[in-house]
Design a protein around this ligand. Structure first.
Ligand SMILES: [Zn+2]
Length: 276
């Protein structure tokens, strides 16, 4: 006994179409919305939120490109949890802004392209369109005028208000609070080194020119973490003062006073945090 086989086929077809539509629009499936709203001489601002859950704070990864190049020259990590009054009307509450500080003068080029992604469960969701920025003219191609901003307000008046920091200032050294000033960088492959000939130059001098110090000096891929970056691993906040030909991408090399200690570190996989 066949029971209306055509209706069954139509139902199957509809389910297939829904599945295809969901695959074609992953950003919609993840429920993430947002965009870059302004770029100026010192920062990149925007917003990101999940309309299905306004308490879901979005982790935003900003990629800065030299104009015309495919590989980013810098990655910045921020959380979209800053209050922006201009978001209140459209996003129910205003706590979905993000702002990343940028030192444009560190780059050799003057024309840039910037993309922002929400990183969720290992997937990247592009927020809005790529925005161009010129360091010389100080202008961005796409005006910050956005759907969430009343048209009457000029773009330059986008104001950022920092939420009050809840991080205790006198915290015990064992507990390093994840505060607004720390940004998770992801899991890094971390090794140890010392000043000996086998580990490095044998001079004890870092690439930055200062003398390496234990519990302080760390070597990183300078295209991701420029010299001077403060990086917390475990309970120690290190300063990027060195580099290494083998230290590329999500890798760090921690300086130790002796070769024994450096070798004892071995290779670990640990979360690293950018401290600002
Ligand atoms: Zn050594």
């Amino acid at each position: 006994m066949m029971k209306n086989p055509i209706a069954k086929q139509v139902k199957h077809l509809i389910l297939c179409l829904i599945a295809i539509a969901l695959m074609a629009f992953p950003a919609s499936a993840a429920g993430v919305r947002g965009k870059i709203t302004s770029i100026d001489s010192g920062s990149i601002s925007g917003w990101a939120w999940n309309p299905d859950n306004t308490n879901d704070v979005q982790n935003v990864e900003i990629h800065i490109f030299q104009a015309g190049k495919a590989e980013p020259i810098q990655y910045l990590h921020v959380t979209a949890d800053k209050y922006r009054e201009d978001l209140v009307a459209d996003l129910k509450d205003g706590w979905h802004g993000f702002r990343a500080e940028v030192n444009w003068s560190q780059f050799n080029c003057s024309d840039f392209k910037v993309k922002a992604y929400v990183v969720k469960d290992g997937s990247y969701y592009l927020l809005g369109d790529a925005v161009s920025y010129s360091r010389t003219s100080g202008s961005s191609s796409k005006a910050p005028a956005s759907s969430v901003k009343p048209a009457a307000q000029p773009a330059a008046q986008v104001t950022m208000v920092q939420p009050p920091s809840s991080a205790p200032t006198g915290a015990s050294p064992q507990l390093v609070p994840i505060s607004n000033t720390e940004t998770p960088l992801g899991i890094f492959s971390i090794s140890g080194y010392c000043g000996c000939d086998a580990c490095g130059s044998g001079t004890g001098l870092t690439y930055s020119g200062v003398i390496a110090q234990a519990n302080h000096t760390i070597a990183a891929d300078l295209s991701i973490l420029p010299l001077g970056s403060k990086v917390r691993v475990g309970n120690v906040i290190y300063t990027v003062e060195d580099m290494g030909s083998g230290i590329q991408g999500k890798m760090l090399d921690i300086y130790y006073n002796s070769h024994e200690e450096a070798m004892a570190h071995g290779r670990t996989q640990q979360e690293a945090y950018l401290v600002q």
